[in-house]
Design a protein around this ligand. Structure first.
Ligand code: NAD
Length: 346
């Protein structure tokens, strides 16, 4: 396996959920690396997610938008950026159904802007030599559409069949990455990952919503009959997989990443409730809060992803510890809620 070594890395969306974990992991594991963390701090991003990282001398946070070509160019020039790891995106399917315009801007135009600046600067500086520069794009399994119960999991060669404005915008960005590799020889890699969970995820997503409903004794909203199935991966393991691709991935290739842990939404909600019954007991079982709500328009029924390629070629595998990671996640949210309550009462 060839080894690529980043030196000056631009992480986009590094104040969001997955991006903040990735920056933390980089700072804790990599030497001789300078990180510029560019984030627009939309409703989904927060400086609080990276409060513990701001003082690292090799980490610079920049508030800015990925569709702003001038800022991107300035960062590339000023910090001699040789590597991009691109997380920044509008990421919530429900919002994409209600207001798709921002998804087109950030996910498509923003990705185009980054690719185009990288092409221009790296052509002059490195003649696009893949040993000198690299662009890794983070995407989702949702670009592949929906599976039936008995269908085989998505592979890297599955057709793109996105069903929501979110997944269509991510699919478009993936195709731009492909086109920049094929047309301009921009050295890119791409990964499509299943659902992530862990600390720092925004409240609007399923697991934080469920935990927060349990803590506040609110209804736990479950779409339709709750039978929709997702594959789940602990966020830190996703970040490890990305690092593996960045260092050892083949330029021009895509890699699927997943947790090998499929579970229906209703079973996941019940599992969280059972854990909450143990660590945060209330008068009635938390599962009594589960409330079925009108299904999401175009709701994909099942996602499942084959990770054979990344396992066989790069030696990455998820841990078999879904329940332990879920417990860790719930405990983190519980601690956060307690800290916030104690701050308010002071
Ligand atoms: P997130 O919504 O938590 O974070 C996105 C971050 O991007 C935020 O900090 C936000 O402020 C920033 N951002 C948004 N628009 C921007 C813009 N125009 N310019 C600069 N910054 C901007 O999302 P996440 O869950 O951390 O997802 C990160 C990436 O991973 C996304 O590309 C998403 O499609 C992909 N992904 C997520 C999951 C998941 O389960 N969360 C699974 C697979 C892939």
């Amino acid at each position: 396996m060839d080894k690529y070594t980043p030196r000056n890395i631009l992480v986009t969306g590094g104040a969001g959920f997955i991006g903040s974990h990735f920056v933390r992991q980089l700072l804790q594991t990599a030497d001789n690396l300078f990180i510029v963390n560019l984030d627009a701090l939309t409703y989904a991003g927060s400086i609080k997610n990276i409060a513990d990282l701001i003082s690292y001398p090799n980490h610079r946070f920049v508030k800015g938008n990925i569709i702003d070509r001038a800022i991107i160019t300035e960062i590339f020039m000023h910090h001699s950026i040789d590597t991009v790891v691109h997380f920044a995106a509008e990421s919530h399917v429900d919002r994409s159904i209600n207001e798709p315009g921002q998804f087109i801007q950030t996910n498509i135009v923003g990705t185009f802007t980054l690719l185009d600046v990288a092409r221009e600067v790296w052509r002059q500086r490195y003649a696009l030599d893949p040993t000198q520069c690299r662009f890794h794009h983070i995407s989702t399994d949702e670009v592949f559409g929906s599976l039936d119960k008995l269908e085989a999991p998505f592979t890297e060669t599955s057709h793109y069949e996105p069903n929501s404005p979110y997944s269509a915008s991510k699919a478009s960005s993936d195709l731009l990455v492909r086109a920049y590799t094929k047309t301009y020889n921009l050295p890119c890699t791409l990964s499509n990952c299943s659902n992530n969970f862990g600390p720092y995820q925004h409240d609007e997503k399923f697991i934080p919503t469920t935990i927060s409903a349990c803590l506040n004794q609110f209804p736990i909203p479950v779409y339709g009959d709750g039978s929709n199935i997702r594959d789940w991966l602990y966020v830190e393991e996703h970040c490890q997989a990305i690092l593996q691709i960045l260092h050892h991935g083949k330029v021009g290739d895509t890699y699927n990443i997943g947790g090998n842990y499929e579970i229906s939404n209703i079973d996941l909600a019940k599992l969280i409730c059972t854990i909450m019954d143990t660590i945060y007991p209330t008068l009635n079982p938390h599962a009594e809060l589960i409330t079925f709500v009108k299904d999401r328009a175009g709701h994909d029924w099942r996602y499942a992803i084959s990770i054979d390629k990344i396992q066989n070629e790069l030696g990455w595998s998820p841990s078999a510890d879904f329940q332990a990671n879920l417990l860790k996640t719930i405990q983190w949210y519980l601690q956060l809620a307690r800290a916030e309550t104690s701050t308010v009462s002071i």
